[in-house]
Design a protein around this ligand. Structure first.
Ligand code: NAI
Ligand code: UGA
Length: 442
């Protein structure tokens, strides 16, 4: 089939490339000409393992094109996929201006019947608004489909080529076969429903995963006080199939372009119909507090933070991405600077994006984990990059001014810490040096 994909962010680019990989003719469109120029050179504007190889392969095979000419792409396609951003407004609601603009542009360009498929995450009822916008700009016939996206950054290609399920929301059941045929190259687990339910499945899924994370983080906070180990608790809980072991990794909380945005949007969606989503509000509150646990542990170990120097390992909101949107590192670094600390920052790939957002004389940009640690009073690990897991901890203790390691992602095991000479703090696990179980009050 001939597809036009509007927007070359994570979702548009990865799904466009994967549809091409499965034999469709795909034209990816973006307003930003510099992104199109890069993509035409098989260079990706986003960091995603494996994406450039797939772009090159499909460009060469003639199945994939990149252009800023939306009208031409729409005219040459049967299906138009909307994959533009839906960021948060100041009140938490989703900003629909990009998707409405894209729908208007598509409507103006139409030259015959098209299927318009929304992959952007949009509040319940938005596809009906998209239908209205299209109808204002064209008298030609079209159908709308909701096809929410569930890929994760860092594993986006595998998630797209091998998804757990695909959700399709339709109001014209005559489209069912076409949609199933288009998507069954990825999986047979295709759930077809109405449009409003499909829109809600996306928000409910992200909100549920965020709830799991805040739940385990609160369990971790209690574990610290009662002398239990949250990693063992999560393992034991996860063995129950009804609970499942994923998304039970305690740490400094979730970040990224989606969980923070989508939890707040769902709270607003509920509020708009006079329903207070109390549980989700607490999930958000717990997550906001959790990142400051790093700062509390630094104060516990070092006392006041004015004038101390802190190495920061990891700025991206998770490994295998350079995305720093809503990364816990942003607020942690800002808080440390406000407290008068010197911060020595290192991330394998997110440094440039962080530099665009944060600048201060107290920041030192480092080119290795060791440089960030050398002479520092503590190191804080904020992103669980593989590179950090391989660091020699004995050597780390020897180059630090004070041998303090605060592990915000529970990356290191007890046996690695033993004998390292480090004073080690993690999340929801017993302190691995200076820990005295006799003092625990249960
Ligand atoms: N980032 C992720 O991992 C996931 C994102 N989503 C959802 O997918 C949507 C897109 O997210 P991202 O890919 O992260 O977006 P993004 O914000 O990174 O990229 C959107 C792209 O669309 C382009 N654009 C905006 N308006 C346009 C127009 N009228 N014509 C052509 N191009 C236009 C922008 O220039 C930009 O390159 C959002 O609703 C998001 O919530 C869903 C699942 C995963
Ligand atoms: O709607 C979206 O955009 C996407 O949001 C998330 O994907 P993503 O944000 O890329 O990353 P995740 O792997 O889900 O991690 C999100 C955050 O939660 C944190 N996390 C994750 C899992 C865990 O057990 N503990 C934990 O703290 C991560 O460190 C990260 O900061 C969802 O997992 C995707 O299914 C969804 O499509």
């Amino acid at each position: 089939m001939k597809l036009a994909v509007i927007g070359t962010g994570y979702v548009g680019l990865v799904s466009g490339v994967c549809f091409a990989q499965k034999g469709n003719e795909v034209i990816c469109v973006d307003l930003e000409q510099h992104k199109i120029d890069m993509l035409n050179r098989a260079e990706s504007p986003i960091y995603e393992p494996g994406i450039e190889e797939l772009i090159a392969l499909n460009l060469e095979a003639g199945r994939l094109e990149f252009t800023s000419d939306l009208a031409d792409a729409v005219r040459r396609s049967d299906i138009v996929i909307l994959a533009v951003g839906t960021p948060s407004l100041a009140n938490g609601e989703a900003n629909l201006s990009y998707i409405e603009q894209a729908a208007a542009d598509v409507g103006k360009a139409m030259n015959g019947y098209k299927i318009i498929m929304t992959k952007s995450t949009v509040p319940v009822g938005t596809n009906e608004k998209i239908k209205d916008v299209l109808a204002r700009h064209t008298s030609l016939s079209f159908d709308i489909v909701s096809a929410p996206e569930f890929l994760r950054e860092g594993s986006a290609i595998n998630d797209t080529l091998h998804p757990d399920r695909i959700i399709i929301g339709l109001d014209n059941t005559g489209l069912r076969e076409t949609m199933v045929t288009l998507h069954q190259v990825f999986t047979d687990k295709i759930y077809v429903t109405d449009i409003r339910s499909a829109e809600m499945i996306k928000y409910a899924s992200n909100a549920f995963l965020a709830t799991k994370i805040s739940f385990i983080n609160e369990i971790a906070n209690i574990c610290e006080k009662v002398g239990a180990d949250v990693t063992c608790v999560a393992d034991g809980m996860g063995m129950d199939k009804r609970i499942g072991s994923s998304f039970l990794q305690a740490g400094i909380g979730y970040g990224g372009s989606c969980f923070p945005k989508d939890t707040n949007a769902l709270i607003q969606i509920a509020g708009n119909v006079d329903y207070e989503f109390k549980l989700l509000k607490s999930v958000v509150e717990v997550n906001t507090d959790q990142r400051f646990m790093i700062v509390s542990k630094l104060r516990e170990s070092l006392g006041q933070l004015n004038g101390v120097s802190i190495g920061i390992w990891g700025l991206a909101f998770k490994p295998n991405t350079d995305d720093i949107r809503e990364a816990p590192a942003l607020e942690i670094v800002e808080t440390l600077i406000q407290a008068g600390a010197i911060v020595k920052l290192y991330d394998p790939i997110a440094m440039d994006k962080f530099k665009e957002r944060v600048d201060h004389p107290n920041i030192m940009w480092c080119s290795s984990p060791q440089q960030a640690a050398e002479g520092s009073d503590a190191v804080c690990l904020l992103t669980d990059w593989e590179e950090f897991k391989k660091v020699d901890l004995v050597q780390l203790a020897s180059i630090l001014h004070k041998p303090v390691l605060i592990d915000g992602r529970n990356v290191f095991a007890e046996e690695q810490i033993q004998g390292s000479g480090l004073e080690y703090y993690s999340v929801g696990r017993p302190r691995m040096s200076g820990w005295n179980r006799d003092k625990v009050e249960v």
